[in-house]
Design a binder for this molecule. Structure first.
Ligand SMILES: C[S@@+](CC[C@H](N)C(=O)[O-])C[C@H]1O[C@@H](n2cnc3c(N)ncnc32)[C@H](O)[C@@H]1O
Length: 284
């Protein structure tokens, strides 16, 4: 990927460094946690046999393979991501199993020159919250969709409604120097939490028929509190500060998170609330 085609250099480094490697390693477990949300967005998009779909922030390719299944051999998937380790993993997995025409591109979706009016639909599972200029990004993505085409993506709703991450991150602050939550208009996990902001961004980017459906479920983040603490320090917003901390700090952090999660442990694991928006829009 040439430097001139990247607007989100910081995000590229973030998703290609410690974070990208952790996501590759934890892929099966992250998929278990995110499956319900990706499937809900997939069912809402309802890809048809033979359709051409553009996927944004495809990560290690789990949802790309699912999209491939839906569109079949006569369809086409172009899957974009700016993380080298994650897209390399996706390519490896697709080579192993996919029978369908899937192409992966390591690009910044905000500025990449996608073919004009080529796609029937756009899909993303948690891959659209990290643009430094979301209006530019969603305009760029929109120009790749044919008139009458559609988009559905899933993103996190407000932090308060997501105790699965709010509670362990809150506990970790006792020992880790966590970065302050970014301002509402900055790239980040919760940058699309506000319904009005999402409506405004997509409207300004030229999308129409914009709709947000709240999708909230309880889910498990680990078999017990210790397992959940170990997982969440690797995949959540504390993953980088945790990885860079010394062993003593890491152990203290794990212990304080474990204590915070213990009240939520039951026979089904450590069960907490997850809340998302399923966002849909049209290209007219
Ligand atoms: C939270 S991960 C989700 C990955 C995958 N969709 C999944 O659900 O497993 C966010 C993904 O978006 C990608 N991403 C972030 N900003 C991007 C951009 N500007 N263009 C393309 N991909 C981007 C990251 O590299 C990462 O793979």
């Amino acid at each position: 990927m040439s430097e001139s085609t990247i607007a989100n250099q910081e995000q590229r480094e973030f998703w290609s460094d410690i974070k990208g490697d952790l996501w590759v390693t934890l892929q099966p477990r992250i998929d278990m946690m995110l499956a319900a949300f990706g499937n809900k967005a997939l069912d809402t998009l309802d890809p048809q046999s033979g359709e051409r779909i553009l996927e944004i922030g495809c990560g290690t390719g789990t949802t790309t393979l699912a999209l491939g299944e839906r569109v079949g051999v006569s369809g086409e998937i172009l899957a974009a991501d700016l993380s080298q380790p994650m897209i390399n993993k996706a390519i490896e997995r697709a080579d192993l199993g996919a029978q369908h025409p899937i192409t992966f591109v390591e690009v910044d979706a905000q500025v990449h020159n996608f073919p004009t009016a080529m796609f029937d639909a756009v899909y993303s599972r948690f891959g659209v919250m990290f643009f430094d200029d979301p209006v530019a990004a969603f305009s760029n993505i929109r120009q790749a969709v044919r008139p009458g085409g559609r988009m559905t993506y899933v993103c996190w709703a407000d932090r308060k409604a997501n105790p699965w991450i709010r509670i362990p991150a809150g506990a970790a602050k006792a020992f880790l120097d966590l970065p302050a939550p970014p301002p509402d208009d900055a790239p980040g996990q919760f940058s699309m939490e506000n319904e009005g902001r999402v409506q405004q961004i997509l409207h300004d980017a030229g999308w129409t028929d914009i709709g947000l459906e709240r999708f909230t479920i309880d889910g498990s983040i680990g078999s017990d509190a210790a397992d959940a603490a170990s997982f969440i320090t690797k995949m959540g917003p504390m993953s980088e500060p945790f990885a860079l901390a010394d062993l003593d700090t890491q152990n203290k952090t794990l212990q304080v998170i474990e204590e915070a999660l213990t009240p939520y442990a039951n026979d089904s694991g450590v069960v907490l609330g997850f809340s998302t928006w399923i966002v849909s829009a049209m290209q007219t």
